[in-house]
Design a protein around this ligand. Structure first.
Ligand code: K7E
Ligand code: CUA
Length: 654
């Protein structure tokens, strides 16, 4: 993304300018750090044993995952695997979770995740779920905030680069997914030169409020621009969704120049209740499409994948009064709606101002049919008629805006490496603070909702340079915590992050800390190979497949001595963790296995597949230091030649 941003925002000449700018920025570090005193230190200090006030969910960017940090300390609490295999707990490696990474393209072990999004009730983050997008192979995922585990992934068909996603409505009914790249829809072998008019974009509305049952309500087929980001309306603008677009030039090559021609691109304003009506009235059509829906069955805790074969599409021209283009300077990136729902802020990355559209004026312009143009059946509203104001001197390269709930907006400026604070009343900049360096998104807990917790702001920077001890060519990305509780912003902490966090979301810890699942009740475990007591353990041969039903409890496995396995066998070791105490996982690993460990939470069954290659005696052991006798938690499996007649035998104890 950095490279995209750099080239798209700056072009080659601009990169040179940025280089000079960064050199000067770097010199500022000294004076800034010099201003830190004990007040600042105590503000972010969370004493041993104490809890942070906020959870921050940071996207893992090209790691494909999500990390959870505490604020204000910045401490890393957890990494939640989502779109990428994660050897630490076997996510995407073991039999139970492999299915979560199935797509219409087959098994995909990686993705690039940008935007975490908390579920909301009445426009306020409610702590039920976190959603996140996969950019490369278009998907959206649901993470439960009771288990901090991914339990559902839906692929998005007719999309290519699921960037503008998964922004959610105030009631969590829908999340959206807009395609960054326009492509032929349906896909077709076509000359790239035939882009204009033939390539299309899609804006997808996914039903999100029923866990385990995410599904596509409808997809809008829209002109072949690049759709970038989105945000839902709220309050008066509830029922509308706003999507930025760039490359309204419909260029297919050298976009840094060719997609930077128009002074204004568009924010697409979609009245999705009108879209619902059109679908209900039969204006939509069913289209063949292949996409996967994966979810973890809560009873077995095994991923179930289902290929979907049809999607409801609605051509923008087939539904009047549904979609309007708001002209917005220039190649806008973020679109953010203030807590009152009245102002729609465009992050025009090549613009010299921050355009702020008024929702009321937009409605008035629609009613007055104050249109400048019609593009592929979509009215383009008159800019002067809808703009509430333009923030002057907002910094160079404005990208993203969040809000404090006290009448101020905060916008990141990528090129000038700063956060600017401006008034939603006067549209004047009231404060600015340098950040280090090249900030992308920013996050205020609840800062895109109707009720921000307007105490802290996290700037997520693309370039780290001299902020930490150097670690070779690749440096950790840098997040910076800014206190926004007073008139003046104050930088209070740097903390490194994983992958490349684009966006993040935050929520008061008290909203979710008491809903945590501590164990999975054994009696509710419906895994077909669960052993709910040591009496239920055993070994079963089915031709070349051997299934071992094993249990783990501090501090032994049962069985822990197994014989009768042969070279050429495919051995499924199903381990049920019999513990029913919080924070007592066990792990399992076997010498020479070609996969990751499995890590079983209390009450859960996980399956490790092992195909022994040569005769011998193979130890296995518990990988998670679970008790004083953890190091005793081990066993042996004897492997005989393929033609041996070693009988199947297993035991624990003598
Ligand atoms: Cu990097 Cu939201 Cu993908 Cu902006 S995005 S920074
Ligand atoms: Cu079980 Cu270590």
């Amino acid at each position: 993304m950095l490279k995209q941003h750099l080239t798209s925002i700056l072009g080659v000449a601009g990169l040179v300018v940025l280089g000079i700018f960064m050199a000067t920025s770097c010199q500022k570090t000294q004076s800034v750090t010099a201003g830190f005193g004990t007040d600042t230190a105590s503000q972010v200090y969370v004493a041993p044993g104490e809890y942070d006030e906020f959870y921050a969910f940071m996207s893992g960017g090209f790691s494909g995952q999500v990390t959870v940090h505490g604020l204000p300390s910045g401490r890393l609490l957890k990494m939640v695997p989502v779109f990428s295999q994660h050897a630490e707990n076997g996510w995407g490696y073991n039999e139970e979770t492999k299915g979560m990474l199935e797509t219409s393209y087959g098994f995909v072990p990686w993705d690039d995740s940008h935007h975490p999004e908390l579920s909301m009730t009445n426009g306020v983050p409610d702590g039920r779920w976190l959603f996140i997008n996969a950019n490369n192979t278009p998907r959206v995922a649901r993470i439960s905030l009771s288990t901090f585990e991914t339990d559902e992934i839906l692929e998005i068909p007719n999309s290519a680069g699921n960037h503008g996603s998964p922004f959610i409505t105030p009631d969590s009914k829908y999340l959206v997914a807009s395609t960054r790249f326009s492509v032929p829809i349906p896909q077709a072998d076509m000359s790239i030169e035939e882009y204009e008019g033939n390539f299309k974009g899609t804006l997808t509305f996914v039903r999100a409020d029923e866990p385990g049952d995410m599904r596509i309500a409808f997809q809008l087929i829209v002109p072949g621009f690049n759709y970038d980001l989105a945000h839902s309306g709220k309050g008066p603008s509830d029922g509308w969704m706003f999507f930025t677009s760039y490359n309204t030039e419909q260029a297919s090559t050298l976009l840094e120049i060719n997609a930077s021609q128009n002074d204004k691109d568009f924010i697409a304003a979609v009245n999705y209740r009108r879209a619902e009506e059109c679908v209900a009235n039969g204006a939509s059509r069913q289209m063949d499409a292949r996409y996967m829906h994966n979810h973890i069955n809560p009873a077995t805790r095994i991923a179930e994948s289902e290929l979907q074969t049809s999607v409801t599409v609605l051509d923008a021209g087939a539904c009047s009064d549904m979609i309007y283009f708001l002209p917005t300077p220039k190649s806008p990136h973020g679109v953010d709606v203030d807590p009152t729902g009245q102002f729609i802020v465009g992050g025009g990355k090549l613009a010299t101002v921050i355009p702020v559209h008024s929702f009321d004026k937009m409605i008035a312009a629609i009613e007055a049919e104050n249109f400048d143009d019609v593009v592929e059946g979509i009215p383009v509203l008159n800019y002067e008629a809808i703009v509430a104001g333009e923030v002057q001197n907002p910094g160079l390269g404005p990208l993203h805006t969040e809000f404090d709930g006290r009448g101020y907006a905060y916008t990141t400026a990528f090129i000038s490496s700063e956060v600017v604070k401006w008034s939603l009343e006067t549209f004047e900049v009231v404060d600015r603070i340098p950040v280090y360096y090249s900030v992308g998104h920013l996050m205020i807990p609840g800062g895109d909702s109707q009720q921000p917790w307007g105490k802290y702001l996290v700037a997520m920077n693309k370039i780290t340079k001299d902020r930490y001890l150097p670690t070779g060519p690749e440096l950790a990305h840098s997040a910076q915590l800014i206190d926004i509780s007073g008139d003046k912003m104050r930088m209070v902490l740097d903390f490194p992050t994983m992958g490349e966090p684009h966006y993040a979301q935050g929520i008061a810890a008290e909203v979710i800390m008491d809903q945590q699942v501590k164990i999975f009740p054994l009696e509710e475990n419906e895994h077909p190979w669960a052993a709910k007591s040591e009496a239920e353990t055993g070994v079963e041969r089915r031709g070349n497949e051997v299934h071992i039903k094993m249990t783990s409890i501090r501090s032994h496995f049962a069985p822990d001595n197994i014989e009768g396995i042969k070279v050429g066998d495919k051995v499924y070791i199903h381990v049920t963790n019999l513990e029913q105490d919080w924070d007592t996982p066990h792990g399992l690993a076997v010498l020479g296995q070609n996969t990751a460990e499995v890590l079983m939470m209390p009450g859960e069954t996980k399956t490790l597949v092992w195909e022994p290659k040569a005769p011998g005696v193979y130890p296995f052991y518990c990988t998670d230091f679970c008790s004083a006798l953890h190091q005793e938690m081990q066993g042996y499996i004897r492997v005989s030649p393929s033609d041996a007649i070693t009988p199947l035998a297993f035991h624990t104890g003598n």
